[in-house]
Write a protein that binds this ligand. Structure first.
Ligand code: AHM
Ligand code: MG
Length: 338
C-alpha cells in the first residue's frame, strides 16, 4: 500500500534537500499548518457554537467583520507569536502590523502577511472560505524590531506562500518557490496528507470567474473580454471567495478577474494579503497574474499595508488572450507591456 506523507514529513524532507536551510522557515510553515487545523475545527462547528454573525466591528478597510474572522486572526497571531521564527504579522483584519517579542532572546527572521478568513460573506451560508498567507524574509536587521518596510515588499520577494480552503474537504496548498503541492486534511488522524503533488495549472480551461453583476461598472476592455468568454461558451463560476475561485482554476484551468469598478477604482482585493500570495501560487504552477494595466502583480511595489489592486490571473494562454483585448481596447496601454 502507498504510504501517506504528512505535511510535516514533507516540509522536513524538503528542508533536508536544501543544504543551507536552517529549519526556521520549516518551523514557520508547520505553525501555519497547525493554526489552519484549529481554524478548520472552528469553521466546521461554527453553526453549533454561535460564533456566526457579525461582531459589531469593522476591519481596517471599513468592512463589517464576522466573528470567525477575528477568531482566525487571533489563532494565527497566537501560533506565530510563539513560533520564534516570525518577527511580525500584517493582517487584513488589523489596521497596523503587530511586532512579536523575541523568544529566547532571538528575533525571528521572517514576517507573515495574512488574510485569516477570506470570503467572510460566505460564512453564514455554509459556503467555502479560506486562509491566505505569505512569508517574507525581513529587510530590517534580525536583532531589531520589525518596521513597516518589512511588509511592503513586492510579491517577487516572497519566500513562501499558500492558502487553505475550508471546503468539502480542507486542503492546504503552498509553495516555497519550487513548485506547488497540496495536502488534504484527514480528519481521522488530524493530519494534512500529501494529495496533490507538483500542481500544474492547465494552459487554458473551461471557466471564467468574475462578479458579472458589476459588468457595467467595468472598463470597456474588460467588458469586451468578458463578452468574448461568454461567446466561447466558457462556464461562469463565481463563489465570491477568492481562495475557492482560484482553487478551481488552479486545478481545472480558466481565468479569474476582479477588475477595477466605480466603487473600487483601484480594484477591491488587497495586494499584500490576497493578490500577491495567490499570484505566487498561480505563477509557481505555471500560470500568470496581472493587473488591468498588464503589470505583473508580483512586481508591484506596495506603498501601504492595505493597498488594493485589480487582478486577473489563471491559465497562461487565457491571460495572454486577455492582454490582447486590453491592448486593443484600452487607451494608453503600450503594446509591448505585459
Ligand atoms: P474578504 O477577504 O473580506 O472576505 O473579501 C474578499 C472577497 C474575495 O474572497 C472575493 O473574491 C471578493 O471579496 C468578492 O467580492 P464581491 O462580493 O464584490 O464580488
Ligand atoms: Mg479576503
Amino acid at each position: 500500500m502507498h504510504r501517506i506523507e504528512t505535511l510535516d514529513e514533507f516540509i522536513i524532507k524538503r528542508q533536508k534537500s536544501h543544504s543551507t536551510a536552517t529549519g526556521e522557515l520549516t518551523g514557520l510553515l508547520r505553525d501555519i499548518g497547525l493554526a489552519a487545523k484549529i481554524v478548520n475545527r472552528e469553521v466546521n462547528k461554527a453553526g453549533l457554537i454561535n460564533i456566526l454573525g457579525k461582531y459589531q466591528e469593522e476591519n481596517a478597510s471599513g468592512e463589517q467583520v464576522a466573528k470567525l474572522d477575528i477568531y482566525a486572526n487571533e489563532r494565527l497571531i497566537d501560533f506565530l507569536k510563539t513560533s520564534g521564527e516570525c518577527a511580525g504579522l500584517a493582517s487584513e483584519e488589523l489596521e497596523n502590523y503587530v511586532k512579536f517579542p523575541p523568544r529566547n532572546e532571538k528575533q525571528g527572521k521572517y514576517v507573515v502577511v495574512v488574510d485569516p478568513l477570506d470570503g467572510s460573506s460566505n460564512i453564514d451560508v455554509n459556503v467555502s472560505v479560506g486562509t491566505i498567507f505569505g512569508i517574507y524574509r525581513r529587510l530590517t536587521p534580525d536583532d531589531q524590531e520589525v518596521e513597516e518596510r518589512d511588509f511592503l515588499q513586492p510579491g517577487l520577494d516572497l519566500v513562501a506562500a499558500g492558502y487553505v480552503i475550508y471546503g468539502t474537504s480542507t486542503i492546504l496548498v503552498y509553495s516555497t518557490g519550487h513548485g506547488v503541492n497540496g495536502f488534504t486534511l484527514d480528519p481521522s488522524i488530524g493530519e494534512f496528507c500529501l494529495s496533490h503533488r507538483d500542481i500544474k495549472i492547465p494552459n487554458e480551461g473551461p471557466y471564467y470567474s468574475v462578479n458579472q453583476g458589476y459588468y457595467l461598472k467595468f472598463d470597456l476592455e474588460m467588458r469586451r473580454y468578458i463578452d468574448y468568454c461568454s461567446d466561447l461558451n466558457l462556464r461562469l463560476r463565481y463563489i465570491g471567495t477568492m481562495v475557492a475561485d482560484i482553487h478551481r482554476i488552479l486545478f481545472q484551468g480558466g481565468v479569474f478577474l476582479y477588475p477595477n469598478t466605480r466603487k473600487y477604482p483601484k480594484g477591491k482585493l488587497r495586494l499584500l494579503y490576497e493578490c500577491n500570495p495567490l499570484a505566487y501560487i498561480v505563477e509557481q504552477a505555471g500560470g500568470k497574474a496581472l493587473n488591468v494595466k498588464l503589470d505583473r502583480i508580483l512586481e508591484m511595489i506596495p506603498e501601504e499595508l492595505h493597498q488594493r489592486s485589480s487582478v486577473i490571473m489563471g491559465s497562461p494562454a487565457m491571460i495572454d488572450e486577455m492582454a490582447e483585448f486590453v491592448q486593443r481596447y484600452a487607451p494608453n496601454i503600450p503594446a509591448e507591456s505585459q
